[in-house]
Write a protein that binds this ligand. Sequence first.
Ligand code: PMP
Length: 316
Amino acid sequence: MKCAQGESFSNGELQRFGNIELSPSAGVLNYGQGLFEGLKAYRKEDGNILLFRPEENALRMRLGAERMCMPSPTVDQFVDAVKATVLANKRWIPPVGKGSLYIRPLLMGSGAVLGLAPAPEYTFLIYVSPVGNYFKEGVAPIHLIVEDNLHRATPGGTGGVKTIGNYAAVLKAQSAAKEQGYSDVLYLDCVHKKYLEEVSSCNIFVVKGNLIFTPAIKGTILPGITRKSIIDVARTLGFQVEERLVHVDELLDADEVFCTGTAVVVSPVGSITYHGERVPYNEGGVGAVSQQLYSALTRLQMGFIKDNMNWTVELS
Ligand code: PMP
């Protein structure tokens, strides 16, 4: 779908996957005016398809669009477009237990602009791809390194929305971490350099006894839909959950740490290295709380248990 600045999107159409034409002076290429989303479709045992809270992605894109001076599709347009794209690509959805169909909605300033300004025209599109596990470790523990020099977001910046530039900002630290054998980077706040923010593409949770805590959303962390869902699931299961400032030293005596995100689902953390010191968790195994939350969420997302939360959208 396309629309001019200041106007509304009209409904789009399905097209075969392929290259798209863009002006070299498109706003997205020159000034980073782009936003994306990520969702998954799972195949159920009866062959039907389940989407997970797609209206949350639509709302997050609308908030991001406001920050990035872009028009955005309505929630209904977004969700209808996701449904139509998934149904048209039904044959690519892996069988139960073999993965999912990753759905990537993309909104960009596609109009040509030379001086710094919002683009005059916008394009919203969705593409999909079958996926397996995000980390090469699968559901086995991942290993993080704390980065307190390079930052992914600054107060007042765009860290709280899913804009493309946030991901360019993490590439250097993430590549260095991977070269050293780590799975990913855990970022600290850039003011005090001691409070946890998030990982390159997921949110972080710390477990201590019956208490689970996670950094509060304050503009520099992406408000993850998995994060929000896990908070609710954990409370339903009887855990006490706090959203607050989390000091990096609190990692030292944690029982478990795990990450959440659409791609990573619930990924247990096996160790965190900070200033050269490695703190291991669960002797290389998966912690009981991470396992319990992973099972509770994925069983709901894949349709193995009744969705009392009303979070899934079923397509046939
Ligand atoms: N933080 C960042 C930086 C991310 O890219 C993602 C993935 N969208 C998340 C957190 C987790 O968000 P969600 O649970 O909505 O996928």
